[in-house]
Design a protein around this ligand. Structure first.
Ligand SMILES: [Zn+2]
Ligand SMILES: [Zn+2]
Ligand SMILES: [Zn+2]
Ligand SMILES: [Zn+2]
Ligand SMILES: [Zn+2]
Length: 258
């Protein structure tokens, strides 16, 4: 199973466990997808107590929770200003730092609403000057082409020049449980090819049958030129693939499975 993390190319500072600024200290699993399960909203009125699933999982409450609107656990989005490229790790957007995409219902000042407005979807000049943290929801992948790999079998190639850090596309597939992934993994290991990708602590993406082109990105520990990152977008975990550096049209994509 794969669980890659960006190792270079991004100045990614992780929160120390237990510190999610502005939230109760027991929300420390919110941003660590590998330590939390898929989100299940709380279904009780009033305060969140020890029986609340959000408290039990050590995660923040989300907009779909029906606990008190004044619940201090509730994720409140960011307050970034819509200026140039907003909501990046470099400008310390709390959504970006917490591995979450901005939320049109919560992030009102960064331009997330405008960035996701269908009429701005194809306007790069517009989207370069507002919230940058909505790539999976905006779903505007870069041009990629399937071809004979320089390494083995098929590979995926960029079909246009792209800048470092840019969203290339989403790693899609069946969302299955970790138990089912363990079962399938044994079969895939025998065949010597596996497209399993850890999503969180109880779900795995299997791109074997219902995947997209990104499953053809080959492994390179030495020269990875893209990386995968798990985001929570609208209460769901999803995997985005990003350029690790500037890429030239025709380059084969590699990422470090390790
Ligand atoms: Zn609750
Ligand atoms: Zn909740
Ligand atoms: Zn922001
Ligand atoms: Zn935000
Ligand atoms: Zn934003």
């Amino acid at each position: 199973m794969l669980d890659p993390e960006p190792k270079q190319g991004t100045k990614r500072k992780k929160f120390p466990v237990s510190a999610l600024p502005g939230y109760p200290p027991d929300c420390d699993h919110t941003h660590t997808h590998e330590r939390r399960t898929t989100f299940q909203a709380c279904r009780h009125l009033g305060q969140c107590t020890n029986t609340c699933p959000c408290v039990k999982s050590r995660v923040t409450c989300e907009k779909s929770c029906i606990c008190s609107p004044s619940c201090p656990r509730r994720w409140r989005g960011c307050t970034c200003k819509r200026e140039g490229k907003a909501c990046t790790l470099e400008n310390k957007c709390i959504c970006a730092k917490a591995n979450r995409e901005c939320d049109v219902d919560l992030c009102h000042t960064c331009g997330a609403v405008e960035a996701l407005d269908p009429k701005n979807r194809y306007n790069d000049a517009f989207s370069n000057n507002c919230c940058q943290n909505v790539a999976l929801q905006r779903d505007m992948p870069k041009r990629t082409l399937l071809g004979r790999s320089a390494v083995a079998g098929f590979g995926l190639f960029v079909g246009e020049d792209v800048k470092g850090g840019v969203f290339l596309g989403e790693y899609k597939g069946e969302v299955i449980t970790t138990e089912e992934a363990d079962r399938r993994g044994k079969l895939y290991d025998r065949r010597g090819v596996s497209f399993l990708f850890n999503l969180n602590s109880n779900q795995v993406i299997d791109a074997t049958r219902a995947g997209n082109k990104f499953r053809y990105v080959n492994h390179s520990a030495k020269k990875p030129n893209c990386y995968a990152r798990v985001f929570m977008a609208n209460c769901t975990h999803r995997i985005g693939m990003f350029a690790r550096r500037d890429l030239v049209a025709g380059e084969e994509l590699f990422f470090d499975y390790g």
